[in-house]
Write a protein that binds this ligand. Structure first.
Ligand code: AMP
Length: 421
């Protein structure tokens, strides 16, 4: 049996890399004052179908569905819709002060797997609610930027755009629909179907033929209303003040329906074909899709697997090996009687300890093992030592050895090993 296509097991050196990245990203969220939120893997289908958009690839083809009795559930394909469901359910937005959350969760999308595109992948995300100002958008971009900088990734572009609002987007949709109407036979089958209902989706279509047509499509910038224009202008000023270099890119529309005003993407040459490192935007009207009053919100998501790819491309992931401090070599059953209880006591005292329970192994094979694990010390207890009521402590690096009386073995070991820490 093999794991499901596009879903991976993680172990050994991979886990060490992931932990390194996870700890660094979490530390940046803490620095910026974001608190964690965890939502369930399964949500009701409507959480996504009503919010992400019927015409999106995610809702149309990529959701994993679970039918149980009368419930139609899906495995979470993205973080924001479930976050919004949780906010509304627990009334978190009623405390009208600005609130900051982050999440780190597995996502599931039935996509065609390739490098950087999986069916189970992991996203870190941030969401800031109850603040409609461009400064909140600038904070989001600065936060995402700080995460990449913390990890030593500098090779990316920040692309920003405004996707308009309920006031001005209808004009843009109409202009787009008219434009695509005159290029219908150049579009893929799916885009031909959706050009009237969801013309903005075509801008996001990955098919070459559609991208070629989209290149000369009208730009949202020509349709933005005065408040959207002003919001975008102030965001740009804030980014300039913060010395965050960006590209004002009117083709960034993001794949999901719920965005308004600011949309942004970080793309990197380190990634190959799947060049999106992370992205997000403002979603002030998402609550209305749940039948609730709107409140301002902005967020982003970044792919964990793509961080791993970027850091591997730079060769800057540490190869971390877990090395116990002390290796206990029990030569014979009587020695194991002494060293087994000692190993438990030492572990409780915080000394990482390796002890093989096969007391028939030779000293040579114990020392080989200890070297392989890169243990700092090896404690040897064989027949000779037992007769003398001592154990031999070998410093594996210095290749020196001292004898310690079995009467104060624990205290002596703690003293010597802790002084090395
Ligand atoms: P999205 O939710 O599609 O805006 O994606 C946000 C980020 O998640 C992207 O920039 C990628 O880094 C990552 N991502 C999205 N889809 C996948 C996938 N299928 N496999 C791996 N990472 C993904």
């Amino acid at each position: 049996m093999k794991a499901v296509r596009g879903m991976h097991d993680l172990f050994g050196a991979e886990i060490a890399k992931w932990k390194f990245i996870e700890e660094n990203v979490r530390s940046v969220f803490a620095q910026f004052g974001y608190q964690e939120i965890r939502t369930p893997v399964l949500e009701h289908m409507e959480v996504f179908s009503k919010t992400v958009g019927d015409e999106t690839d995610i809702v149309e083809k990529q959701m994993y569905q679970v039918q149980k009795e009368n419930e139609s559930l899906v495995l979470r394909p993205e973080g924001t819709a479930g976050f919004m469901r949780a906010v509304l359910e627990h009334q978190l937005h009623r405390d009208s002060s600005c609130q900051r959350y982050f999440y780190y969760l597995p996502m599931f999308r039935h996509e065609r797997p390739q490098k950087g595109r999986l069916r189970q992948f992991h996203q870190f995300g941030a969401e800031l609610i109850n603040d409609s100002s461009p400064e909140a958008d600038a904070e989001m971009i600065a936060l995402l930027n700080a995460i990449y900088k913390k990890l030593g990734i500098n090779e990316y572009d920040i692309r920003i755009n405004s996707v308009g609002c309920a006031e001005c987007r209808p004009q843009f949709r109409e202009a787009l629909a008219n434009f695509f109407k005159s290029h219908l036979n150049e579009l893929c089958e799916q885009c031909q179907k959706r050009f009237e209902r969801a013309p903005m989706r075509i801008l996001d279509c990955k098919k070459e033929s559609c991208q070629a047509v989209a290149k000369s499509a009208p730009l949202i910038t020509t349709c933005l209303c005065a408040p959207c224009n002003e919001h975008h202008r102030r965001l740009k000023t804030r980014l300039e003040e913060a010395e965050l270099a960006f590209i004002d890119d009117p083709t960034i529309v993001r794949g999901l329906d719920y965005y308004s005003k600011t949309a942004f993407e970080f793309t990197s040459s380190l990634l190959g074909a799947q060049s999106a490192l992370g992205g997000g935007g403002r979603y002030d009207h998402l609550a209305t899709r749940f039948g609730e009053k709107p409140f301002p919100a902005v967020g982003f998501a970044l792919g964990m697997e793509r961080l791993v790819i970027a850091l591997e491309a730079k060769n800057s992931l540490p190869i971390l090996q877990f090395s116990p401090m002390l290796y206990l070599a029990a030569l014979g059953p009587q020695s194991l009687d002494v060293l087994f209880p000692l190993s438990l006591v030492l572990k409780e005292e915080g000394i990482t300890t390796e002890i093989p329970y096969d007391s028939g192994k030779s000293l040579k094979s114990h020392l080989k093992n200890s070297n392989r694990l890169q243990c700092k010390f090896t404690l040897i207890l064989g027949e000779d030592e037992l007769k003398k009521n001592v154990a031999a402590l070998k410093d594996m690096e210095k290749q020196t050895q001292v004898e310690i009386s079995l009467d104060h073995l624990k205290i002596e070991l703690l003293k010597r090993i802790k002084s090395e820490h």
